[in-house]
Unconditional design. Sequence first.
Length: 477
Amino acid sequence: SPAEPGAGAGVGGGAGGVPGLAEGISPALLQYLQMKWPLLDVPAGATLKDSRSPSPAHLSNKVPVVQHAHHMHPLTPLITYSNDHFSPGSPPGHLSPEIDPKTGIPRPPHPSELPPYYPLSPGAVGQIPHPLGWLVPQQGQPVYSIPPGGFRHPYPALAMNASMSSLMSSRFSPHMVPPPTHGLHPSGIPHPTIVSPIVKQEPTQPNISPGGNSKSPVTVKKEEEKKPHIKKPLNAFMLYMKEMRAKVVAECTLKESAAINQILGRRWHSLSREEQAKYYELARKERQLHSQLYPTWSARDNYGKKKKRKREKLAQQQSHDTESSLASKSKKPCVQYLPAEKPCDSPASSHGSMLDSPATPSAALASPAAPAATHSEQAQPLSLTTKPEARAQLTVHSATFLSGKATSSSSSSSSSSSSSSLSSPPSLLSRPIPFTSVPSTALLSSPPSFAAAIPSPQAALAVLQTQPLSLVTKPAD
DNA sequence: CTACCTTTGAAGGGT
DNA sequence: ACCCTTCAAAGGTAG
């Protein structure tokens, strides 16, 4: 799909990839499920050492068996994160898998030792550092919160094959998933997107009674209430935020999420294309998994669930965009959240943090003469959703860089929008480069190839100009 | 207690 | 096709 960079190119991040989702749940999905729910383990002999060559047993529906959740990084098989950026390293000593002296196989952890993917007990979480905070946030929360009482899935339509259910019943901790004989639907897969509604009633009988056609409005309402809230899958940026928030908070003294998010937004733009691609890919898998787990779910289901009143703000923003900006600004300017003096505010000043220095491959994107600090921004698919003030701040570097360099090379081919390009240089660079513009194979089968395909800023701009240019931009000043 | 703030991206609905 | 709106996370803040 257009919004999914690399869609259809399989996973694995490297050569080979994994067969798609042709039939039921693909190996990739299975691996992803294991990634999301490490309790779902794979056969000891089929360790996820190489996702590109899944064993036949793995491919079949006769899934999984056991493997210690800590045995391997759950993401390793899917996404080839370089240690430069996600430095998972080896798990802490106290978390190293215990080898069963008898079998030599990593011992399945006791429920109390299980990783905090799901809060088995309030105190047993947040102990295991995880390179991907969105999977295991430092706070010990799962990506999606799970009701303390456990998971109750009301949707019989939930897509899960036999292997899953058998696995569930046999391997899942009884704390999480009671065996089917105990009443829970065998498909009670605890996906984190499910959040039980805040209904202070007995959590029993959440099952949908098939025969109940003559429901009174009250009953219908009750069922509505009992319907767990299935959250939207996280998008790439949200995943990134989840992972990086703790680090940013640690680096800065800030704690306000609004401020943190601004920083994260900037850092997001500072990420190299490859790094962003990882999150896009993760997000794509999130959506894919989500759609498989909840085929009938629609984003529309959650509409109106939150009482948000942004109309005023948006309207203000629009007028702000279309007309003069500063005058009508009555809300707190972003700068208020992001003092420029903040050490952590500068993407290039974060103690050489890997967060701010994109992957080295991307360095090939810019000309050698290009300053590293600006190159990263210049090469990034900055969003067009102009939040004037902040955007002006964010794009100042690229603007200056452009004005002296890139604009000259781009003005010729973008003559149709020359006026706007003059008035809003950042718009050119701020325009997102949909990953879909890149052949998925080029991006996924060999990630660096994309960088290699754009050896110069001019080439990068050429790529930019192959995309439709939206003019919903606002001059930086 | 609840909405807001702030970010980007996805998705749905309206035009 | 395009635009607008809402929601996803998160935690301090304000009402």
